[in-house]
Structures are given as C-alpha cells and as structure tokens.
Design a binder for this molecule. Structure first.
Ligand code: ATP
Ligand code: MN
Length: 461
C-alpha cells in the first residue's frame, strides 16, 4: 500500500517524490499555477498540490479540475510556505481518476447538518463527518484496548432475541411471515409456531442478560454491538439503531462498577484525545468551543458521586422551575440530569440508589427495601450516558421482583438458573456509544455522529 496523506504529513522532513490519491476539497486556478487541496480521509488535513505548466495535460486537464474530483498526484514533497501546513507537493503529474458532474452537491464549502443527512452517501467527504468517523474509530479502539488491558473477554451477544428481556423499550419484530399471509391458530391468534424460530422474535435492545451468562463463567466480559429500539422518540439523543458497550463483572458490587465506569471514560477520552488531536481541534473551533476543555476535565478531575435521594434534595432546594416536577420516587428527567451535572456539580456525576419501582427487575435490591443498586453516569450537555447496576443475584429476591413487575417467570428460566447454580454478586453497565461520540465531539444531534442514522421515517442509505 502507498503512503496515506497522514503518513506523509507525519514525516520528519520533506524531500523525495511522493504520490497521493484522493478527492479535491478545493481547486484554485491562478494565472499559471493550480492549487489543489487533496484529501484522502486518513487525517483531518489535506495536502496542497501545486501544479504548473510542466505537468502533462496542464491546460486541458489540470485546469479543469474542481471540488470533488478524484485525482492521483505525484511530485516533490517540499516544506510549505503556507500557514498551518507542514508540507506541500510540487507536482510533476496530476491525473484525473474520476470526474464530477455539474450538480455535485458538495460544491459549496459549508452545508447545514440537516441537508447533509439527506446525502448520507456523500457526507463522509465533509470535514465534520470525516472527523466524526475517525473519532468513532479511535473511540472503538480505545474501548477494546481498555477492556483487554484489564483482562476482559469480548462476548458476542445475539442480535435476534426471544423477548424484551429487559423491558427496555419497544422492539422490532423479526419474522419471515409474508404480510397478509400470517397463519392463525384455531383461536384466531397468530400462530408463531409456524414462524422461522417457532416463536416471536425481536432485534435485541441490550446484550446485558447474555453478558451476565458470560460473566458468570469468564468473570469479566463485555459486549460491543448494535442495539435496536423502536421507540418513536424524535430527539437529538435517540436512534432506532445504536451501538452499545456493556461490560459485566463477576464478584463486583456497585462501588467497583462506579470505579470501572469512571476509569473507563477517563481512559477512552485520554486515548482519543491523543489520537485525534486535529479532529478534536476542529470540533472545538467550529462546533462547540468547550470540547477540548471538557475532554481535559473528564480526564483530570474526579467525577462527582451522589445518591438519588441526595440528587432529589438538591433539585428540590435549587429554586429552579422545572418542566417536570421533582419528587422522591419519580425518574430524573433530562432537564434534572443536566442541571445536576452542568450547573450544580459542573462535572460528570455518578448517581446511585434509585427507587426500585422506576428501575428494571434485575437490579439488586438494597437493604432499605425501597431502592436498588443502580447507577447512572450523567455528563454535561447529554445527561445520561451510562446506565448500570449491581444485579440481583439472590434467587428469592429476584423471583419476587419478577412477580412484582408482572413479568412471566417461565421466560426467565435460564436467567433464574444462573441464580441457582453458583450465583455470585455481579455488576455491569451499558454505554450508548453514539452518546459518547456526541459528548466528545460536541455534535448537537446524535444523527450526525453515526454514518447511517436509523430514525423513525428514515432508513434509506
Ligand atoms: P434514555 O432514558 O436516555 O432513553 P435509557 O434509560 O432508555 O436512556 P438504557 O436502557 O439504560 O437507556 O440504555 C443504556 C444506554 O444506551 C443509555 O445510557 C444511553 O447512553 C444509550 N441509549 C439508550 N437509548 C438510546 C437510543 N435510542 N439511541 C441512542 N442511545 C441510546
Ligand atoms: Mn430510553
């Protein structure tokens, strides 16, 4: 493989002949020289190619190049006199590889994000989406590194599952029935026995329950995969298809889990900060001028830690008029979460000990009988970025909780088995990967931090 522009720009010294291949971000044709900014997506920066009449086909080919053209350029790598660029290429040859028709939608330098969403097939060529995709990649690697450095095993949880095990939200059905030809039984009900899996099946909303299976054999596991929620929420923080990271740890209680979550975010931020300096500088300059400060803050400062009850007290005493009223027993709304983390504590915050009635059945019931060992990590601008808990590992208590929530115990037979055979305290959390990327980049809408957003009404690209 040839050197990428990233490799070339990373050299200590210029000199020698290089070849770059990529797409023109801009082309400026001056009197006897053409200035072509070539980008290959390997890094934020492009490289400037300066071409003159000594290039073959200068008049009939090079002079006609414009934004979006795919080119191959060869020439001498020299120190650049220009500001903000280390090297440029003095071309001996520039070849057009793929031309651009007149209606190329990215002619203009800057477009609104909303417009760019309608051309998801071209938007990775913009500065912002290119930077987002590199940050996603760096964050992915940082996540795998973090867990592998600590002896975690990646577990591949299934995408197709039998039930809404977690009660986490509306699910997408998976079926091979033909619409209009769905078989019914004698009672007139849909006969799922004739469907592909002999039962109703859905796309997963979380890999947690399967991760628990893994943790109770391999001690430390994590999943990192796509997750689906058919919730009709058109917000800037919800997607119908998103990626989740879910570590699960045996012999670990809530405090250990909170420590893991804090170490995890610090480590991922540090590594991405080191690897994506230019991309993050761009976000800081163009998208949100608190990006770099926030990054440093997350890495350097200890997170705040409070209980849900303390959070409610702070909110009640804040004197703030919230849209949703605050009272012990009600779930924290996004506005409450943001007040706590942005204004009161001014740092990421771990809230623990939520009322049991607003949390899932599998969370460990505390001795007070009314709260569970749940944990949410809240961050400025986003609110909840991580949700987790110590799991209920006591068979009797778990059965009681399943009954209390009106869930069918038989469907959880294997989950209950884990409590009957060698049960141990264990804990885990789920991180919404896109919310992490949103937080790191300052991008306001979650649809702009995933290459192909799936939201109500749109799955085109
Ligand atoms: P929220 O209240 O924000 O909808 P949740 O309580 O439904 O979140 P969990 O079920 O705990 O979230 O999922 C774990 C993590 O997955 C959340 O902390 C969040 O980061 C992320 N997440 C949840 N739903 C979505 C979604 N629709 N799109 C993107 N990320 C999501
Ligand atoms: Mn939700």
């Amino acid at each position: 493989m040839e050197e990428s522009i990233r490799d070339i720009l990373g050299r200590d010294d210029g000199g020698g002949e290089v070849t770059v291949r990529g797409w023109l971000r801009t082309a400026r044709h001056a009197k006897n020289l053409s200035f072509l900014e070539v980008s290959d997506g390997s890094c934020f920066a492009g490289i400037q190619v300066v071409a003159g009449p000594e290039c073959p086909d200068f008049e009939d080919e090079v002079r006609g190049l414009g934004t979006g053209c795919a080119v191959e350029a060869t020439g001498e790598l020299v120190d650049s006199p220009g500001k903000g660029q280390r090297f440029e290429i003095h071309a001996s040859q520039v070849t057009l590889v793929g031309g651009v028709e007149d209606d190329y939608p990215l002619q203009k330098k800057r477009h609104g994000f909303e417009f760019l969403r309608t051309i998801a097939h071209l938007r990775p060529r913009t500065n912002s989406l290119g930077a987002v995709l590199r940050v996603r990649d760096a964050a992915t690697r940082a996540i795998h590194d973090f867990f592998h450095d600590r002896g975690f095993v990646q577990l591949h949880s299934p995408v197709i599952t039998l039930s809404d095990a977690e009660g986490a939200g509306d699910m997408f059905r998976v079926s091979t029935f033909e619409p209009g030809q769905v078989p019914v039984d004698e009672a007139g009900e849909v006969d799922w026995k004739q469907d592909f899996f002999d039962a109703p099946t859905f796309l997963t909303v979380s890999g947690q329950l399967e991760a628990e299976i893994g943790a109770l054999a391999l001690s430390r596991v994590y999943t990192f995969g796509p997750t689906f929620r058919a919730e009709n929420s058109n917000t800037s923080r919800h997607l119908a298809e998103f990626w989740m990271v879910e570590p699960e740890v045996a012999f670990c209680e809530l405090v250990g889990l909170a420590d893991l979550a804090e170490d995890f975010l610090k480590s991922v931020f540090r590594q991405v900060g080191e690897q994506c300096e230019d991309d993050l500088a761009f976000f800081n300059e163009r998208i949100d001028d608190s990006v770099l400060e926030t990054l440093e803050h997350v890495v350097e400062e200890p997170f705040g830690r409070i209980t849900y009850s303390e959070a409610v007290e702070i909110l009640e005493k804040s004197g703030r008029e919230f849209e949703f009223p605050v009272s012990w027993g009600a779930d924290l709304q996004s506005e409450h979460e943001r007040f706590l983390t942005e204004e009161h504590f001014k740092r990421p915050l771990i809230v623990t000990g939520y009322p049991k009635d607003i949390k899932a059945f599998y969370m460990y019931r505390n001795d007070d009988q009314r709260t569970v060992a749940a944990m949410d990590v809240l961050v400025p601008r986003i609110g909840e970025i991580i949700g987790g808990s110590q799991r209920e590992h006591r068979l009797d208590t778990l059965k009681k909780r399943i009954a209390e929530q009106g869930l069918p115990e038989e469907e959880y037979w294997w989950y209950l088995d884990l409590r009957r055979y060698g049960s141990v305290p264990h804990s885990g959390f789920g991180l919404g990967f896109e919310r992490l990327v949103q937080f790191m980049t300052g991008m306001a809408n979650i649809r702009d931090v995933i290459p192909f957003p799936r939201v109500p009404g749109n799955a085109e690209f």
